[in-house]
Design a protein around this ligand. Structure first.
Ligand code: XIL
Length: 387
């Protein structure tokens, strides 16, 4: 497939929105109407955030949009932005052959965001961990390069103009892999060399010039030698990208946190890292915030307080940095969390079999102490210019 094979962009974009709206139809309109009353009474997280120039968002999925109207109402009440948890990942979309991608679920999420007046994060264009298996079997470098460019042009082109930020490359670093530049020795690096980053960011910029381009990473916020090494490598990568003219606008800090038994947290170190990133002229997004409670006591009141304290400690420091413009929790309710579904590392599973409580609303969509902690952190944050 060459770029010329793509349909003209404007008609395609209209058809995406058209099908999204038609597919969702009256359900969303009903939900929007129903949610207005609640929004008046509840301190919606995004409204608290917006007063300080921040945006608050959550993951969502096409399946949740179609099957869980109560959850959808809560999202519309609380969030100003959504991100598809899995529906835009290459391997999740691909049916097993080059170019054979299913855009249905991604269209549903995009249509929902547009119809609901929510900003949309694109997650993600390239992630070593969710790349179709056939990619590795492509015969040569040129065809691998073409597959990467085609993927970016197709996905970023389809949603051009409606994406707030793209995670162009997700998780590009791994100092443990031993390369002097600290880049992860995974599929794209092995296929194309470190230049794959330049190719990906340039192609995305050309395809959707208005979207903010993000490097999204994990394990860069805590006080361990590993996190420190990852911070150094990430800063170096961003500086190198800027020096060589690779377009990048923002850094995504995933921030999957641990309530009990995790690595130590140092306000000073996180503060300094955020200031270093801000010093590069980049904005900062907290992109995947949640708190695992695997090693917290069973008692729900005690557990919830430990989880809430973990949110508060982190957000108080993060929001003190005016370059931080966005906070996204990796889910809104424990009803739909990768931690509760057991899709995290086993170390994050509770041994007593009790369901985890990682998010601001519990599985019955009731606010937890984590909700209050996040709301307070937003209310106490210094104001900033939105970004
Ligand atoms: C996770 C999803 O939440 C799971 O449902 C899926 O099984 C695996 O991916 N870092 C990321 C996210 O950037 O895309 C991951 O999401 C969580 C870790």
């Amino acid at each position: 497939m060459s770029p010329a094979d793509f349909a003209p962009r404007e008609p395609r974009r209209r058809s995406v929105l058209g099908s999204g709206l038609a597919g969702l139809g009256a359900a969303i309109v009903a939900v929007l109407g129903a949610s207005t009353g609640h929004a008046e009474q509840t301190a919606a997280l995004n409204r608290l955030a917006a007063r300080k120039g921040l945006r608050y968002g959550t993951t969502i999925s096409a399946a949740q949009i179609t099957h869980d109207p109560d959850f959808v109402a809560l999202v519309l009440q609380q969030a100003g932005l959504v991100v598809p948890e899995n529906d835009m990942k290459w391997q999740d979309m691909n049916r097993g052959a080059p170019g054979d991608d299913d855009y249905g679920p991604a269209d549903t999420v995009a249509g929902f965001a547009v119809e609901g007046g929510l900003a949309l994060r694109g997650h993600n264009l390239l992630w070593y961990y969710r790349t179709p298996h056939w990619f590795l079997t492509l015969p040569d470098r040129a065809s691998k390069q073409r597959a990467v460019v085609d993927r970016i042009k197709a996905l970023a082109g389809r949603y051009r103009g409606i994406i707030h930020s793209w995670d162009v490359v997700n998780e590009p670093i791994e100092p443990k892999d031993g390369r002097p530049d600290g880049l992860r020795k995974a599929v794209f690096l092995e296929a194309l060399g470190p230049e794959y980053l330049d190719l990906a960011y340039h192609t995305t910029r050309e395809t959707d010039p208005k979207a903010r381009l993000v490097v999204n990473e994990y394990d860069v916020e805590l006080d361990t030698p590993e996190h420190e090494a990852r911070r150094t490598v990430l800063l170096n990568l961003l500086q190198r990208m800027q020096r060589t003219g690779t377009p990048v606008d923002a850094v995504g800090i995933q921030a999957h946190l641990t309530a009990v038994g995790g690595p130590p947290f140092s306000p000073t170190r996180l503060r300094r890292f955020l200031a270093d990133l801000a010093g590069l002229g980049l904005t900062i997004q907290i992109t995947e915030l949640d708190v695992t409670d695997a090693h917290a006591p069973a008692d729900i009141a005690v557990r919830d307080q430990l989880i809430a304290d973990t949110y508060r400690r982190f957000l108080d420091v993060a929001l003190d940095e005016p370059a931080v413009k966005m906070v996204v929790t990796w889910g809104l309710s424990d009803r739909h969390s990768w931690i509760v579904r057991g899709e995290t590392n086993e170390v994050n599973w509770r041994k007593d079999g009790l369901p985890s409580r990682p998010l601001p609303f519990d599985a019955d969509l009731k606010p937890t102490p984590a909700f209050a902690a996040i709301a307070d952190a937003f209310a106490n944050a210094p104001a900033r210019t939105p970004g």
